[in-house]
Design a protein around this ligand. Structure first.
Ligand code: IMP
Ligand code: MG
Length: 179
């Protein structure tokens, strides 16, 4: 275990098993719909790569980048579009793939932005959800795990750009971000 990790919250094995279940559910729900999976950079890339491979239906891939966090451990509430989609989504079935929903600001902003482009449907798949922290009302259609209000890292999630390549999800030691 990494020295900055307080404890492992979700092991590689637990994540893998849950993604298999999500993939099976998505394969059924999107059968014949040729969905566009929209990954939110950068946090979702690891989850995204595993998730699309767990879906047995053809899936088209595209990415957006949003910034809301800065280098701190708490959301600023300020959301900025950094990279837009390359794909036209009018009439398409869009599945937003996100690493974690915290305050909900990012997803509320994104859903509003993408809905205005008239997709046939728009749903959200998030690996992690911290329901206690929600400020903006947002429904997660597909959810990996609900977690407690702790700052987590690994499996794509970062603290100040670090820890994304850890293969598990761990709770970051408070001493790392409180000093
Ligand atoms: P929201 O707009 O507050 O819902 O924030 C969502 C974004 O904040 C996520 O996409 C993450 O990039 C980041 N975030 C929220 N909580 C955590 C965490 O515990 N660890 C790492 N990043 C987080
Ligand atoms: Mg993110």
């Amino acid at each position: 275990m990494h020295q900055d990790v307080e404890r492992v919250l979700l092991s590689e094995e637990q994540i893998k098993n849950r993604i298999k279940e999500l993939g099976a559910q998505l394969s059924r729900d999107y059968a014949g719909k040729h969905p566009l999976a929209v990954g939110i950079l950068k946090g979702s890339v690891i989850f995204y790569a595993d998730l699309v491979r767990a879906i047995s239906e053809p899936v088209e891939m595209d990415f957006m980048a949003i910034s809301s966090y800065g280098a701190g451990a708490r959301s600023s509430g300020e959301v900025k579009l950094v990279k837009d989609l390359d794909t036209k989504i009018e009439g398409r079935h869009v599945l937003i793939v996100e690493d974690i929903i915290d305050s909900g600001h990012t997803l509320a902003y994104l859903k509003k932005l993408l809905s205005a482009r008239r997709p046939a449907s728009i749903r959200l798949c998030a690996l992690l959800d911290k329901p206690e922290r929600r400020v903006a009302p947002i429904d997660t259609d597909y959810k990996g795990f609900e977690i407690e209000d702790e700052f987590v890292i690994g499996y794509g999630l970062d603290y100040a750009g670090r820890f994304r390549n850890l293969p598990y999800i761990g709770i970051l030691k408070r001493s790392v971000y409180e000093k």
